[in-house]
Design a protein around this ligand. Structure first.
Ligand SMILES: [Zn+2]
Length: 403
């Protein structure tokens, strides 16, 4: 190999490292890019080459695009924060898909991490996987047309399922709450129908990626995300990576035992957290006092208006979740715990009793236990943009047209 070849191989490796860092962290300053292990002069020359190649752009000092924002992110140059370098959004898009109980959601995010469009469609829960994927296929075309991107500009599709996906086999586990999908391989099925590269993951894990990319856990390397939907799940980010476990069931915190003599859970266990604190378990307790079973959204809004019974059941749910959180904290030691999903809008009505319950049981190693905060990304989009984030962040499986 001539010295010239080795120099160009090194330059190409440096470009890849910069692109990889921008995919992981979104727009970064030149100083932050130097912290990935390149000298400032190397960063300056690599960034210059990438700007010339049309792969990156200077995006001002704003905090970066956000799924709760106007859809295209802020490009304002107000104030004098350091100029950030970001991938050029026009390079391509990632598609996020959420296949939930009775709904299909799609979101299109560009490689600059801006959410461009999203759409939710109601479906029958018994819809076959094949028919669901044909619907997804049509929705992708519809949203791509609205964003002006072509199908060959899709770098990949992330699909979120409401249950664990076994890491070795790729099959949807029995705990999946969408029965027609149990035992199937959602990635293979989707790749066959969509003709695009696919990543399939669990909804709580992908929502954890969303909060890490755009929300309350931005920039953290060790954090736990609690996702409250039909059941309670968790996503663990350890040393900057999602931890899914050998069988993909890591984070099934809703099935940890809170009361050994409690009610029987759908999993066959007794007294699981889900039997005490999932939305159905909370709303079931209001028959006597309210003469009906309000939805969880109503319970939360009544609680904010001062309804004592609704405040009580949410506080009790917070205490039960706090027991599970203390056990999780004692094992994993996260920097922060983010509570997202349908219970997050309860805010401190639920989170303050959760904190107290957790503090009573957590090991204090001289430092305070981590804070518990509500998720920052809207519950309607947190899973679907997380599915897109899984594609945006994975430079190995979903390469960009530039290197
Ligand atoms: Zn259970």
């Amino acid at each position: 190999m001539s010295p010239l070849d080795s120099g160009s191989a090194q330059r190409s490796a440096n470009r890849s490292r910069v692109i990889h860092a921008l995919r992981q962290h979104g727009a970064m300053s030149r100083a932050a890019l130097a912290e990935i292990g390149l000298s400032r002069s190397t960063v300056a020359s690599v960034v210059g080459e990438l700007i010339e190649a049309g792969a990156v752009v200077e995006v001002g000092g704003a905090n970066g695009p956000h799924p709760n924002g106007n859809g295209n992110g802020s490009r304002s140059k107000a104030g004098r924060p350091p100029t950030l370098i970001g991938l050029k959004g026009g390079l391509g898009v990632a598609v996020g898909v959420e296949i939930g109980n009775g709904i299909v959601r799609i979101a299109i995010c560009d490689v600059a991490q801006a959410m461009l469009r999203h759409k939710t469609v109601q479906v029958d829960e018994q819809t076959s996987p094949q028919d669901t994927l044909l619907l997804v296929d049509r929705l992708i075309d519809e949203l791509l047309e609205q964003t002006g991107f072509r199908r060959d500009e899709v770098i990949g599709v992330g699909i979120a399922m409401p249950g664990p996906i076994q890491r070795r086999t790729g099959l949807t586990g029995r705990a999946c709450t969408l029965k027609p999908w149990v035992g199937l391989d959602p990635r293979l099925l989707a790749e066959h129908v969509l003709g695009l590269p696919v990543h399939a993951g669990n909804d709580a894990n992908l929502a954890a990626l969303a909060e890490m990319t755009w929300g309350a856990a931005r920039g953290l390397r060790d954090y736990a995300y609690i996702y409250t939907a039909t059941g309670i799940g968790a996503g663990f980010v350890m040393d900057g990576r999602l931890y899914v476990g050998a069988n993909g069931t890591a984070g099934e915190i809703g099935h940890t035992t809170i009361n050994e003599d409690g009610l029987v859970c759908a999993c066959g266990g007794r007294g699981c957290l889900n039997t005490l604190a999932n939305p159905d378990a909370i709303t079931d307790q209001l028959w006597q006092s309210h003469g009906r079973r309000p939805s969880i959204g109503e319970v939360i809004s009544l609680a904010h208006q001062g309804d004592a019974g609704c405040r009580r059941v949410l506080a009790d749910a917070g205490r039960h979740i706090g027991v599970a959180m203390a056990n999780m904290y004692n094992l994993l030691d996260p920097e922060l715990i983010v509570l997202g999903g349908s219970l997050a809008p309860a805010g401190d009505i639920l989170i303050e009793p959760l904190r107290q319950s957790m503090m009573r049981r957590a090991i204090h190693a001289g430092e305070a236990v981590p804070d518990v905060v509500a998720g920052e990304i809207g519950i309607d989009v947190v899973v679907v943009v997380g599915a897109a984030a899984a594609v945006l962040r994975d430079a190995n499986r979903f390469p960009l047209p530039v290197r």
